[in-house]
Design a protein around this ligand. Structure first.
Ligand code: ARG
Length: 266
């Protein structure tokens, strides 16, 4: 079942690749900001055409990665667990997003003690929150989120630097199922995923390499990088409506549709 979703997005007015904090980023390659803006506008229009609500966060000059709103926090039951970034280049985004939540009237806010990059490393399902660690978010933050939100949090270890956030290797299919790329996870975490999600969609290396797992599903539609051909076929076979998008410019910073999207769960 599709549900109306509420998302926050941050316009890439200041987008650029000026530093490298993941293997996708090459400051010498050059990114086209106007193209990134057009691709971002299209993604926003897709959500709105599906009937979802999109709030736009004011971007801050000098924070080129702020477009990746998923990292700005984790919102569950109207409670905001703030982000605390691992890399100095992005640290000011944490307070900027918290300020935005305050200005929007959110009152149950946790300023985090531990490093965590918001929904980039937390995947909210109906009965459990899956949480990534290994590159950015600290396991201590998983405990902090569990205590604050009162939801069970399961720690998963990421092992491939190309898949440095959980949302580069996995997405939620609505309800309690997921799609993921097993090789991005440690052997123990893979065993946990096999046990918890016997019906999961398993992605190939090719689909993972175009950030095909950085997708957004509302329960019925899946907004997905157009290049992820194998995933597209499998999702259609399972009855999902796949909506391809082109975010090639933003991929130069290591991001896709999900990275640009922070879900507000009231
Ligand atoms: N350049 C950004 C970084 O490395 C990309 C963040 C992508 N966001 C995400 N949720 N995976 O931090």
């Amino acid at each position: 079942m599709a549900h109306v979703r509420h998302y926050a997005m941050c316009r890439p007015d200041h987008f650029a690749v000026t530093y490298a904090i993941n293997p996708w980023m090459d400051p010498s390659a050059g990114a086209d900001r106007d193209k990134a803006l057009r691709q971002w506008e299209r993604l926003k229009a897709v959500y709105e055409e599906l009937g979802h609500r999109v709030d736009v966060v004011e971007p801050v000059a000098g924070l080129p990665d702020m477009v990746f709103a998923a990292n700005g926090g984790l919102v569950v039951d109207g409670k905001v667990y703030g982000a605390r970034f691992a890399n100095a280049e992005r640290v000011p985004e944490g307070p900027a997003y918290l300020e935005w939540f305050r200005s929007r009237g959110f009152t149950e806010i946790k300023e985090p003690e531990h490093v965590n990059e918001g929904e980039g490393d937390f995947l909210v399902l109906d009965h459990v929150i899956l949480a990534g660690t290994g590159f950015r978010t600290r396991p201590e933050a998983h405990h902090e989120a569990q205590e604050f939100l009162g939801r069970p949090v399961v720690t998963l270890r990421l092992v491939d630097p190309r898949y440095y956030h959980l949302d580069t290797a996995m997405f939620a299919l609505g309800g309690d199922n997921i799609a993921y790329y097993p090789e991005a996870f440690s052997p123990g975490s893979r065993a946990v995923l096999e046990r918890m999600f016997p019906d999961a969609v398993i992605a190939s290396a090719e689909d993972a390499a175009v950030l095909g797992l950085n997708a957004v599903c509302d329960g019925r539609h899946v907004v997905l990088n157009a290049e992820a051909g194998g995933l597209t076929l499998e999702l259609k076979r399972r009855g999902y409506d796949v909506i391809p998008v082109d975010l090639s410019e933003l991929r130069k910073a290591g991001g896709g549709p999900k990275c640009c999207t922070l879900e507000i769960r009231s």
